[in-house]
Design a protein around this ligand. Structure first.
Ligand code: SF4
Length: 332
């Protein structure tokens, strides 16, 4: 496999390097990899082991990312690699995020862009595992996609340093950022990351004008706590009450066998969030429950109906409410 030198690192002493792509800022000795497992020091040069290496590729509804306010009803070519800079023990995609031996196939950026155009995709989503640690390939592919009029979407944990984030924001049209917890202690002990840097990413992406939506997986015994949920609601409202928030139900996966999140609690959080936020959704719950459709925050009309991944735009005129004319936070 052709080696591809990594961006954002410096040589230190005795053949070591320091990677500055994400806030772990790993010091990596010769022949070793960083915490993400896919950036390797070889003879004092840091290489990305996953440039162009793809584990998963599919046309998905954009709602699956989840993005409910970005080209609703469209399909998007979705690609993922392996590796992650967090270590969530309940990861739903652990086979590719945490297993270094996961099988990959090589696709040059040009092939991905060609495939997206041939499929009539609205763009390319960098998803499934963590696209931050795929920085070089995401940047190169996104630049090519932008030239061809395609949108670029990242589904990310947001744990990235400011400089690489700024480089990506020039090219990325929309992001779904995981806000996994609002307790730094939880972020350090469970996800093996930190909270303040993720909050900075959310603020920076929003300030840059990138369309963002946030997702919180509510996990039994970890963050199913109303005080913590209220803190998240306050934080989102302090940035922009129009940012869509997806409250997602956890199911046992990987190393976690705790029972699935109580649906009643998800519904209580939804009701609490609706007091302060304009767009609140529930993920991984039955379509009989609340939290799937989009309502106009001004008049309450249902403007988008959803059932599973079936989306019906029922009350929009462009990005305005067809009933009262209010402008809605929807990119079409
Ligand atoms: S991207 Fe990987 S190697 Fe670089 S600092 Fe983050 S975890 Fe460490």
């Amino acid at each position: 496999m052709e080696k591809h030198e990594a961006a954002f690192y410096e040589k230190t002493d005795r053949g070591s390097v320091r990677c500055s792509l994400c806030p772990h800022n790993c010091r990596i000795q010769d022949s070793k990899s960083g915490i993400c497992g896919i950036r390797t020091n070889s003879g004092g040069v840091l290489y990305t082991d996953i440039y162009g290496r793809i584990t998963s590729i599919a046309m998905d509804p954009v709602e699956k990312k989840p993005l409910y306010h970005f080209h609703p009803g469209a399909s998007i070519l979705s690609i993922g690699t392996k590796g992650c800079n967090m270590k969530c023990p309940y990861c739903q995609n652990w086979q590719i995020s945490q297993e270094r031996a996961a099988h990959t196939s090589y696709y040059p950026s040009e092939k991905i862009v060609e495939a997206a155009l041939a499929e009539g995709s609205v763009g390319i989503a960098y998803t499934y595992s963590e696209p931050i640690v795929w920085f070089e390939y995401v940047r190169d592919t996104a630049a090519l996609a932008r030239e061809k009029g395609l949108a670029n979407v990242m589904v990310t944990n947001g744990f990235i340093n400011p400089e690489p984030l700024r480089e990506l924001l020039v090219l990325i049209d929309a992001m779904n950022i995981d806000l996994k917890s609002f307790r730094d202690k939880t972020m350090r002990t469970v996800q093996k990351a930190r909270l303040p840097e993720v909050l900075d990413t959310i603020r920076t992406a929003h300030a840059h004008g990138c369309h963002i939506e946030l997702t919180t997986l509510v996990i039994t015994g970890i963050n199913d706590d109303m005080d913590e949920m209220k803190d998240i609601i306050e934080f989102i409202a302090s940035v922009d009450a129009g940012i869509p928030w997806h409250i997602s139900r956890y199911y046992p996966s990987y190393k976690y066998d705790r029972p699935a999140t109580d649906v009643g609690f998800i519904m209580k959080v939804h009701a609490e969030a609706e007091k302060k936020l304009k767009y609140v959704y529930c993920g991984n719950v039955s379509s009989q429950e609340r939290g799937h459709d989009t309502h106009c925050p001004s008049c309450g009309a249902t403007v988008i109906r959803r059932s599973g991944y079936f989306t019906k735009i029922s009350g929009l005129d462009g990005n305005r409410c067809a009933q009262c004319g209010a402008e809605l936070r929807i990119v079409r």
